[in-house]
Ligand binder design. Structure first.
Ligand SMILES: NC(=O)c1ccc[n+]([C@@H]2O[C@H](COP(=O)([O-])OP(=O)(O)OC[C@H]3O[C@@H](n4cnc5c(N)ncnc54)[C@H](OP(=O)(O)O)[C@@H]3O)[C@@H](O)[C@H]2O)c1
Length: 409
């Protein structure tokens, strides 16, 4: 390819030459690199390299770009492979001795994917409510029936158990009024549509297991050592209200004879979810405490989430404690491991396991400035105890943080 300088007219810039030199090979570059280059081309100073030198440099730059994007793709592929391997190696869990017809919402999410695979392994028939039926069918190898709306499920259809996990991501962009509306609609709205279907169903499901979060308890003052079980009160703040309204929407199914179990999840640890993002600074060797580091962090391993679901499924109404069971049809359980730690301990434990230093604190101020109200999720916490699961003798596979993180290394 000849990149000689024009004798007349404007000089081609390095950027133009780069693209021109590659010719058809430009198309071989990763789309991200092409987009980035189009948005932000190399500086347009006149060409100083001529002929083969320019072509050589452009080829080197392209080579480096392709190699970098290849490495990135390889890393992503490796991670995906590990996630997929993880999913397929889910240890068998017995949810019920006889095959049941199960409806799952939020099935394509982090917890949902693990759950659906475990349910299929246990021999149940699955229907999933999803906004992305094609992806869901592909994700579960065509072994589930996909519906886009509860209106697609005839009232005569038999559903024995419903597991309700749908909800727009809580962590992300600021909680503007619009986003709060979506966080509510995707949980409370979806739950209401499920309960409306139950009201019409000819065969009523026996059980509705519905998601919630420990955000129900609001935030605990730094230094407060109180242990919160299912009887602890909610607080007048957005995340607490969201969880309470979400639970109330699910509890409405009890009026139709359905046993309702609300599951207040702590931070669920697995290779997906929030953990990879939390580990990033640690893996880069720049981890440390966040804010004071003394905020409580209540967590649970994803395998114990599945085990807890199976436990509630098989143990209707064993809990007679006040608050844990508000009527014969309604129960509430904290899904957190028995060992709750401070955020600082969490970072130090992860750094130890991944053999990285843990020295760089992130001040809370900028985080609060960036995230506003949502910063409470990171800078404040709750010391939550799985009162009901413990009372009923549920055995956690990962009761301690170090074991749980080690299993995800
Ligand atoms: N993971 C945790 O640490 C944790 C902690 C506390 C509470 N929770 C709650 O537990 C539930 C499951 O958690 P997860 O980590 O598995 O969640 P996730 O990975 O974010 O998946 C949630 C699922 O909800 C559906 N969804 C997302 N946005 C939606 C919207 N705008 N409208 C309707 N459906 C929407 C999606 O299914 P489709 O795309 O198939 O429709 C998605 O797969 C969530 O509600 C979450 O808030 C999770």
């Amino acid at each position: 390819m000849n990149a000689s300088r024009c004798a007349q007219g404007p000089h081609p810039s390095e950027g133009e030459l780069f693209k021109k030199t590659l010719g058809p090979e430009w198309k071989l570059l990763h789309p991200d690199i092409r987009r980035r280059f189009d948005r932000n081309p190399l500086p347009g100073r006149p060409l100083h390299y001529t002929g083969t030198t320019g072509a050589f440099l452009a080829q080197v730059a392209a080579g480096v770009g392709v190699a970098l994007s290849g490495l990135r793709d390889a890393a992503a592929a490796f991670r995906l492979k590990r996630i997929e391997k993880d999913m397929h190696s889910v240890s068998p869990i017995s949810f019920c001795d006889t095959a049941q017809s199960v409806l799952v919402t939020g099935a394509t999410g982090f917890i949902g994917q693990h759950l659906v695979r475990a349910l299929l392994k246990d021999g149940h028939q699955l229907t999933v409510l999803t906004r992305r039926p094609k992806q869901a069918a592909w994700m579960f190898d065509g072994k589930v029936r996909c519906i886009e709306s509860m209106a697609d499920l005839p009232a005569s259809c038999r559903v024995d158990v419903i597991i309700n996990l749908a909800g727009a991501r809580i962590l992300g962009s600021r909680w503007t009024d619009k986003r709060k509306k979506e966080l509510r609609r995707s949980r409370i709205g979806v739950t209401q549509s499920v309960v409306d279907w139950v009201a019409e169903a000819t065969h009523k499901p026996a059980l509705l297991l519905s998601g919630s979060a420990i955000g129900y308890y609001g935030i605990q003052d730094i230094g407060d050592q109180t242990v919160l079980d299912e009887t602890a009160a909610s607080q007048p703040m957005f995340m607490s209200d969201l969880c309470r309204e979400w639970e109330d929407a699910a509890k409405a199914a009890a009026a139709h004879g359905v046993r309702v179990e609300c599951m207040r999840f702590g931070l669920v640890l697995g290779r997906q979810g929030a953990l990879p993002m939390m580990l990033m600074p640690i893996l880069l060797g720049i981890g440390g405490r966040l804010g004071s580091g003394r905020q409580w962090l209540s967590w649970i391993h994803v395998e114990d989430v599945l085990g807890g679901i199976a436990h509630l499924w098989k143990h209707p109404g064993m809990d007679a404690a006040p608050g844990g069971q508000t009527s014969e049809h309604i129960g509430v359980s904290n899904f957190t491991a028995p060992e709750c730690v401070s955020q600082k301990t969490f970072s130090e434990t992860a750094a130890r396991i991944w053999r990285r230093p843990c020295f760089l604190p992130t001040p809370g101020g900028p985080v609060r400035l960036m995230l506003g109200e949502q910063a409470d999720l990171l800078l404040e916490g709750q010391r939550v105890f799985p009162g009901r699961l413990r009372r009923e003798g549920f055995e956690f596979r990962y009761p301690e943080l170090a074991q749980a993180l080690q299993s995800l290394k």
